[in-house]
Design a binder for this molecule. Structure first.
Ligand SMILES: C[S@@+](CC[C@H](N)C(=O)[O-])C[C@H]1O[C@@H](n2cnc3c(N)ncnc32)[C@H](O)[C@@H]1O
Length: 229
Protein backbone atom coordinates (compact mmCIF):
# COMPACT_ATOMS: atom_id res chain seq x y z
CA UNK A 1 0.00 0.00 0.00
CA UNK A 2 2.82 2.37 0.95
CA UNK A 3 4.62 1.44 -2.27
CA UNK A 4 1.45 2.09 -4.26
CA UNK A 5 1.15 5.64 -2.99
CA UNK A 6 4.87 6.26 -3.53
CA UNK A 7 4.51 4.98 -7.11
CA UNK A 8 1.65 7.40 -7.66
CA UNK A 9 3.61 10.28 -6.11
CA UNK A 10 6.63 9.62 -8.32
CA UNK A 11 4.40 9.35 -11.38
CA UNK A 12 2.74 12.70 -10.64
CA UNK A 13 6.10 14.39 -10.02
CA UNK A 14 7.43 13.28 -13.40
CA UNK A 15 4.14 14.13 -15.14
CA UNK A 16 4.65 17.69 -13.86
CA UNK A 17 8.35 17.74 -14.72
CA UNK A 18 7.63 16.56 -18.27
CA UNK A 19 5.70 19.77 -18.86
CA UNK A 20 9.01 21.61 -18.41
CA UNK A 21 10.99 19.17 -20.49
CA UNK A 22 13.39 21.74 -21.93
CA UNK A 23 14.39 22.70 -18.37
CA UNK A 24 14.94 18.99 -17.57
CA UNK A 25 16.90 18.46 -20.80
CA UNK A 26 19.24 21.35 -20.00
CA UNK A 27 19.94 19.84 -16.57
CA UNK A 28 20.38 16.22 -17.59
CA UNK A 29 22.56 17.04 -20.61
CA UNK A 30 24.71 19.45 -18.57
CA UNK A 31 24.11 22.07 -21.25
CA UNK A 32 22.20 24.87 -19.46
CA UNK A 33 23.69 27.25 -16.92
CA UNK A 34 21.48 25.77 -14.17
CA UNK A 35 22.31 22.24 -15.25
CA UNK A 36 26.06 22.80 -15.12
CA UNK A 37 25.73 24.51 -11.75
CA UNK A 38 23.73 21.59 -10.32
CA UNK A 39 26.09 19.01 -11.82
CA UNK A 40 29.03 20.68 -10.14
CA UNK A 41 27.54 21.70 -6.83
CA UNK A 42 25.14 18.85 -6.01
CA UNK A 43 26.55 15.97 -8.03
CA UNK A 44 30.23 16.91 -7.79
CA UNK A 45 30.70 16.41 -11.54
CA UNK A 46 33.03 18.62 -13.60
CA UNK A 47 32.44 18.75 -17.38
CA UNK A 48 35.07 16.01 -17.73
CA UNK A 49 33.35 13.86 -15.06
CA UNK A 50 30.02 14.34 -16.79
CA UNK A 51 31.54 12.96 -20.01
CA UNK A 52 32.87 9.97 -18.03
CA UNK A 53 29.40 9.46 -16.51
CA UNK A 54 27.89 9.37 -20.03
CA UNK A 55 30.57 7.00 -21.31
CA UNK A 56 30.06 4.57 -18.43
CA UNK A 57 26.26 4.73 -18.81
CA UNK A 58 26.39 3.58 -22.43
CA UNK A 59 29.52 1.40 -22.29
CA UNK A 60 27.54 -1.86 -22.29
CA UNK A 61 25.77 -1.33 -25.62
CA UNK A 62 27.56 -3.30 -28.33
CA UNK A 63 28.71 -1.24 -31.33
CA UNK A 64 26.62 -1.93 -34.46
CA UNK A 65 23.96 -3.71 -32.40
CA UNK A 66 21.49 -5.43 -34.70
CA UNK A 67 19.26 -7.00 -32.03
CA UNK A 68 16.43 -5.73 -29.89
CA UNK A 69 17.10 -3.08 -27.19
CA UNK A 70 14.77 -1.96 -24.41
CA UNK A 71 15.37 1.33 -22.61
CA UNK A 72 13.55 1.81 -19.31
CA UNK A 73 12.98 4.60 -18.30
CA UNK A 74 13.63 6.76 -21.36
CA UNK A 75 12.43 10.03 -19.77
CA UNK A 76 12.69 12.77 -22.41
CA UNK A 77 15.32 10.77 -24.32
CA UNK A 78 17.67 13.75 -24.13
CA UNK A 79 20.70 11.54 -23.47
CA UNK A 80 19.93 8.24 -25.16
CA UNK A 81 18.35 9.22 -28.48
CA UNK A 82 21.68 10.69 -29.59
CA UNK A 83 23.21 7.24 -29.16
CA UNK A 84 20.41 5.55 -31.13
CA UNK A 85 21.31 7.62 -34.20
CA UNK A 86 24.38 5.37 -34.39
CA UNK A 87 22.44 2.10 -34.04
CA UNK A 88 20.44 2.05 -37.29
CA UNK A 89 20.20 -1.76 -37.37
CA UNK A 90 18.81 -2.18 -33.84
CA UNK A 91 15.12 -2.45 -33.02
CA UNK A 92 14.63 -0.10 -30.05
CA UNK A 93 11.75 0.11 -27.56
CA UNK A 94 11.67 3.06 -25.16
CA UNK A 95 9.38 2.84 -22.14
CA UNK A 96 8.44 5.33 -19.43
CA UNK A 97 5.64 5.70 -16.93
CA UNK A 98 5.10 9.43 -17.49
CA UNK A 99 3.14 10.53 -20.52
CA UNK A 100 4.60 14.06 -20.59
CA UNK A 101 8.21 12.80 -20.42
CA UNK A 102 7.40 10.27 -23.14
CA UNK A 103 5.80 12.98 -25.33
CA UNK A 104 9.00 15.01 -25.10
CA UNK A 105 11.01 11.93 -26.11
CA UNK A 106 8.73 11.29 -29.10
CA UNK A 107 9.17 14.90 -30.20
CA UNK A 108 12.98 14.61 -30.02
CA UNK A 109 12.82 11.35 -31.95
CA UNK A 110 10.74 12.94 -34.75
CA UNK A 111 13.14 15.88 -34.95
CA UNK A 112 16.04 13.45 -35.28
CA UNK A 113 14.22 11.34 -37.91
CA UNK A 114 14.76 8.13 -35.93
CA UNK A 115 12.82 5.35 -37.64
CA UNK A 116 13.86 2.34 -35.57
CA UNK A 117 12.64 3.58 -32.15
CA UNK A 118 9.19 2.85 -30.70
CA UNK A 119 7.73 4.43 -27.56
CA UNK A 120 5.47 2.82 -25.04
CA UNK A 121 3.93 3.91 -21.75
CA UNK A 122 4.42 1.31 -19.03
CA UNK A 123 5.46 0.41 -15.50
CA UNK A 124 8.89 -1.19 -15.08
CA UNK A 125 7.37 -3.74 -12.71
CA UNK A 126 4.86 -5.04 -15.26
CA UNK A 127 5.91 -4.71 -18.88
CA UNK A 128 3.92 -6.09 -21.83
CA UNK A 129 6.70 -8.17 -23.43
CA UNK A 130 7.29 -11.93 -23.47
CA UNK A 131 10.13 -13.58 -21.52
CA UNK A 132 13.66 -13.29 -22.95
CA UNK A 133 12.63 -10.76 -25.58
CA UNK A 134 15.64 -8.39 -25.55
CA UNK A 135 19.35 -8.62 -26.38
CA UNK A 136 20.14 -5.46 -24.41
CA UNK A 137 18.27 -3.63 -21.65
CA UNK A 138 19.44 -0.13 -20.76
CA UNK A 139 18.43 1.72 -17.60
CA UNK A 140 19.85 5.19 -16.97
CA UNK A 141 18.87 7.13 -13.85
CA UNK A 142 15.90 4.85 -13.20
CA UNK A 143 16.81 2.37 -10.49
CA UNK A 144 17.02 5.10 -7.85
CA UNK A 145 13.59 6.36 -8.95
CA UNK A 146 11.54 3.17 -9.13
CA UNK A 147 9.78 2.61 -5.77
CA UNK A 148 9.71 -1.18 -6.04
CA UNK A 149 13.31 -2.05 -6.85
CA UNK A 150 12.87 -5.82 -6.52
CA UNK A 151 9.97 -5.82 -8.99
CA UNK A 152 12.01 -3.70 -11.44
CA UNK A 153 15.03 -6.02 -11.27
CA UNK A 154 12.87 -9.15 -11.59
CA UNK A 155 11.04 -7.80 -14.62
CA UNK A 156 14.24 -6.65 -16.35
CA UNK A 157 15.82 -10.06 -15.82
CA UNK A 158 12.69 -11.82 -17.10
CA UNK A 159 12.79 -9.80 -20.33
CA UNK A 160 16.50 -10.32 -21.02
CA UNK A 161 17.68 -13.19 -23.25
CA UNK A 162 20.19 -15.65 -21.83
CA UNK A 163 23.57 -14.09 -22.70
CA UNK A 164 21.91 -10.67 -23.05
CA UNK A 165 23.27 -7.48 -21.50
CA UNK A 166 21.72 -5.30 -18.81
CA UNK A 167 23.57 -1.99 -18.52
CA UNK A 168 23.23 1.65 -17.50
CA UNK A 169 23.71 3.84 -14.48
CA UNK A 170 22.15 4.91 -11.19
CA UNK A 171 22.76 7.05 -8.15
CA UNK A 172 24.58 5.32 -5.29
CA UNK A 173 24.87 6.67 -1.77
CA UNK A 174 28.04 6.83 0.33
CA UNK A 175 30.36 8.49 -2.21
CA UNK A 176 29.79 12.21 -1.68
CA UNK A 177 28.24 13.68 1.47
CA UNK A 178 26.91 16.78 -0.22
CA UNK A 179 25.21 14.70 -2.91
CA UNK A 180 23.69 12.37 -0.31
CA UNK A 181 22.36 15.37 1.65
CA UNK A 182 20.82 16.85 -1.52
CA UNK A 183 19.25 13.51 -2.50
CA UNK A 184 17.74 12.97 0.94
CA UNK A 185 16.50 16.51 1.48
CA UNK A 186 15.45 17.46 -2.02
CA UNK A 187 15.17 14.57 -4.52
CA UNK A 188 13.56 12.18 -2.05
CA UNK A 189 11.31 14.76 -0.37
CA UNK A 190 10.04 16.13 -3.67
CA UNK A 191 9.30 12.67 -5.07
CA UNK A 192 12.02 12.55 -7.72
CA UNK A 193 13.87 9.62 -6.13
CA UNK A 194 12.64 6.69 -4.03
CA UNK A 195 14.70 5.06 -1.24
CA UNK A 196 16.30 2.73 -0.30
CA UNK A 197 19.37 3.66 -2.31
CA UNK A 198 22.12 1.26 -3.26
CA UNK A 199 25.72 1.66 -2.15
CA UNK A 200 28.54 0.44 -4.39
CA UNK A 201 28.70 -2.73 -2.29
CA UNK A 202 24.96 -3.45 -2.15
CA UNK A 203 24.66 -2.87 -5.90
CA UNK A 204 27.46 -5.30 -6.57
CA UNK A 205 25.86 -7.91 -4.32
CA UNK A 206 22.44 -7.50 -5.90
CA UNK A 207 23.71 -7.70 -9.48
CA UNK A 208 26.05 -10.63 -8.76
CA UNK A 209 23.04 -12.54 -7.40
CA UNK A 210 21.09 -11.93 -10.60
CA UNK A 211 23.69 -12.11 -13.39
CA UNK A 212 26.58 -14.35 -14.38
CA UNK A 213 29.03 -11.54 -15.23
CA UNK A 214 29.02 -8.12 -13.58
CA UNK A 215 31.23 -5.06 -14.09
CA UNK A 216 30.68 -1.95 -11.96
CA UNK A 217 32.40 1.43 -12.10
CA UNK A 218 31.53 4.81 -10.65
CA UNK A 219 32.04 8.51 -11.24
CA UNK A 220 31.32 10.28 -7.97
CA UNK A 221 27.80 9.17 -6.95
CA UNK A 222 26.87 7.59 -10.27
CA UNK A 223 27.54 3.89 -10.70
CA UNK A 224 27.76 2.35 -14.14
CA UNK A 225 27.05 -1.34 -14.60
CA UNK A 226 27.34 -3.94 -17.35
CA UNK A 227 25.83 -7.35 -16.57
CA UNK A 228 25.50 -10.48 -18.69
CA UNK A 229 22.65 -12.90 -17.97
C1 LIG B 1 15.34 10.75 -13.61
S1 LIG B 1 14.28 10.29 -14.94
C2 LIG B 1 15.46 9.45 -15.99
C3 LIG B 1 15.08 9.47 -17.44
C4 LIG B 1 16.19 9.24 -18.45
N1 LIG B 1 16.70 7.89 -18.40
C5 LIG B 1 17.30 10.24 -18.23
O1 LIG B 1 18.37 9.89 -17.74
O2 LIG B 1 17.06 11.42 -18.56
C6 LIG B 1 13.33 8.98 -14.23
C7 LIG B 1 12.19 8.52 -15.12
O3 LIG B 1 11.64 7.32 -14.53
C8 LIG B 1 10.27 7.27 -14.87
N2 LIG B 1 9.59 6.32 -13.97
C9 LIG B 1 9.39 6.44 -12.64
N3 LIG B 1 8.78 5.36 -12.13
C10 LIG B 1 8.58 4.51 -13.18
C11 LIG B 1 8.00 3.22 -13.30
N4 LIG B 1 7.50 2.59 -12.24
N5 LIG B 1 7.97 2.65 -14.53
C12 LIG B 1 8.49 3.30 -15.61
N6 LIG B 1 9.05 4.53 -15.55
C13 LIG B 1 9.11 5.14 -14.35
C14 LIG B 1 9.83 8.72 -14.70
O4 LIG B 1 8.62 8.99 -15.37
C15 LIG B 1 11.03 9.48 -15.27
O5 LIG B 1 10.84 9.80 -16.63
Amino acid sequence: MQNESLTERIRKTYERLGKFSSLYDGMITNSSFLGRLAMRFFWGLSDEDYQRFLNQAFAGIPKNLSGRLLEIPVGTGAISLQVYKNLPDAEIFCVDYSETMLNAAKKHSREMNLTNVQFLRGDVGNLPFPDQNFDVILSINGLHVFPDKDAAHDEIRRLLKIGGIFCGSLYISGQNRRTDFFVKNFCERCGYFAPPFETLQSLNERLCNLYSEVQISHVQSFAGFICRK
